[in-house]
Ligand binder design. Structure first.
Ligand code: SF4
Ligand code: SF4
Length: 443
């Protein structure tokens, strides 16, 4: 049986974010945590050589004890390596692929370099593309600018249009930060209706106040989202999604939460009990414990000197992974939503708990509010799944409830229990301003 210990010491599969062009990027997004990593490799050209590419491909495929291997290309901006690099990468994958093994490629891009040639390559080789887009132009362009400080929205949208033209699978990654956090529905409606994205991730920006290559957030920067603000952002979107978009729009965090409410592993590292299976490799073969800890003291070694599988199962990596669980404050251990939250990502555990213990997540207030808000609908969807029904049936259930209970909502006082049955005060649940469209909108 797989336990957290054996999962880390003998992992059947693991995930590595590849940085083939290191932190080099054609944009200058104000909140990017990776641009500063250039200082870790002075004088480097930041290009993954063919020799390292081949060695990585061979070792990575060999180390996966499952019938699938995913190559995750990240940056910086990976398309800056040119298409020739990726053509060779795909050739090498076929060369080392075991019989019956499925190879997948995912590539995260800012989208501005895409053209017909790139997109037809992605389509031909079945790449899943992640596009970074923070909402409509007035929200996206606040921080996502190029090296000259110019807006990038139109260029990103041109890239999205090309992906659609070539029928390339893509998902949307929207960062949540000081500029767009108070506009959840504008962001969601834009991504759903204008971009027609079916798969969306909302990533909270929590970055240190000072520019640094180290990820130690002591004080969050002005452009970071605030804890409760992130929770309210997610609540407003969930509130709309659960009433009309279940089964047609897939929001990563909502899927992850449903898995947890069904008693399964969340499947997203920040909400797992332990870390350790999501590493990062820089352009020269240096392997780090995680993409958020690319700094000298978290370097495990180099795959050209020590086999990748050995580094992944090394004592240091196992200790790093287990530390997430072992340092969880008692405040979190006693928390009602710990089964899904697990204290969140260790990089953001920078606050002190009310009882004075260090290690509370910067986003705690938001996580607690969000996971409490979704408890009842999640339980409903989990029971639908258990009964062999699609979770989307929740939309009919909620619509029927609304039809039979409008007066309860209208009559509820701000401090009364919410009629939806969540156990929360009306003002903190469906009496919240962002929840209230009309009485007919209430769940
Ligand atoms: S440190 Fe954070 S990002 Fe890294 S593996 Fe752990 S939870 Fe994931
Ligand atoms: S919601 Fe807050 S207290 Fe609860 S587990 Fe998450 S970080 Fe800890």
């Amino acid at each position: 049986m797989s336990t957290p210990e054996t999962r880390l010491t003998r992992p059947p599969a693991f995930h590595i974010m590849l940085k083939p062009r290191g932190p080099i990027c054609n944009l200058d997004c104000r909140y990017c945590y990776y641009l500063a990593k250039q200082s870790l490799y002075p004088r480097s050209r930041f290009r993954l050589s063919e020799k390292i590419l081949e060695e990585y491909t061979r070792q990575y495929i060999q180390a996966q004890q499952v019938p699938e291997a995913t190559f995750a290309w990240q940056g910086g901006e990976p398309t800056l390596l040119g298409l020739g690099f990726f053509r060779r990468a795909v050739e090498l994958q076929q060369l080392y692929r075991r019989s019956g093994m499925r190879i997948r490629n995912t590539l995260q891009t800012n989208g501005v370099n895409l053209d017909d040639e790139w997109c037809s390559f992605f389509r031909e080789h079945d790449f899943l593309i992640g596009i970074s887009l923070d909402g409509p132009p007035e929200l996206h362009d606040v921080y996502r600018v190029d090296k000259g400080g110019r807006p990038t929205f139109d260029r990103v949208m041109a890239g999205v249009a090309l992906l659609k033209k070539h029928r390339v699978d893509f998902n949307l990654l929207a960062c949540v930060h000081a500029a767009n956090a108070d506009h959840p529905l504008e962001v969601y409606h834009f991504l759903r209706d204008k971009v027609e994205a079916q798969f969306i991730q909302f990533i909270p920006i929590v970055e240190p106040a000072q520019d640094s290559a180290l990820q130690n957030v002591k004080q969050a920067s002005q452009l970071s989202v605030k804890g409760r603000q992130y929770g309210d952002f997610l609540i407003a979107i969930f509130d709309e999604w659960v009433k009309r978009d279940v089964g047609t729009v897939f929001v990563q965090l909502f899927d992850v939460a449903l898995a947890a409410w069904c008693g399964q592993q969340p499947g997203l590292c920040m909400f797992e009990e332990t870390c350790g299976l999501a590493l990062a490799m820089e352009h020269n073969g240096d392997l780090y414990v995680c993409d958020h800890y690319v700094e000298p003291r978290f370097k495990l070694g180099n795959i050209m000197q020590t086999p990748l599988a050995k580094l992944v199962a090394s004592k240091r990596q196992v200790q790093f992974g287990q530390a997430k669980r072992d340092t969880l404050p008692s405040y979190c251990q006693a928390c009602e939503v710990q089964f899904i939250c697990n204290g969140g990502c260790p990089k953001n555990r920078v606050l002190t708990t009310p009882d004075g213990e260090m290690g509370l997540n910067y986003l705690c207030q938001g996580y607690k509010a969000f996971f409490t808000f979704i408890d009842r609908p999640m339980k409903l969807m989990a029971s639908l799944l258990q009964a062999g029904q699609p979770p989307a049936n929740i939309m009919h259930i909620l619509a029927q409830e609304t039809a039979t209970r409008p007066f309860q909502y209208i009559q509820a006082g701000r401090n009364d229990q919410c009629p939806c049955g969540s156990g929360r005060k009306f003002k903190r649940c469906h009496g919240r301003r962002s929840s209230l469209g009309s009485a007919g909108d209430l769940i």
